[in-house]
Design a protein. Sequence first.
Length: 136
Amino acid sequence: MFQLSFMSISKKRRVSRELFSFLFDKSKFVGSKNFYLKVFDYPKAGHTTKENILKLGYNGLTLFGFVSPKKEFPKAVLRNKAKRRSRSAVYKLLDNIHEGFVCFFFLKKGVNSIDFKEFETEIKTALNRAGVLKSF
């Protein structure tokens, strides 16, 4: 039997629904060709915001959330593929990422059709512009 093998980020590094809805408006925007990224910087947040985030279960690690809208990806197979590719690309960068950020990736239609290496470079560039990467 054929078995797929890919690396993905752990569950403890994924954004919960409650945290997502709380931080969505407080995040800064970074645009890209195949996705857009919203980043929340925990160390720069105000005291009240920090207390509320900790109540929602924030663990101090850099967290990632991936959204593939049904409007962009009508079939679940395509939505899941886009998220898998994104998680795999981010997994390779985990050693070079500062802790204390919450990143939301909103994937666009072209994500599944581009070369994976090109997609990895695009993610690196976006995370670097957002100040999440230690070094590029």
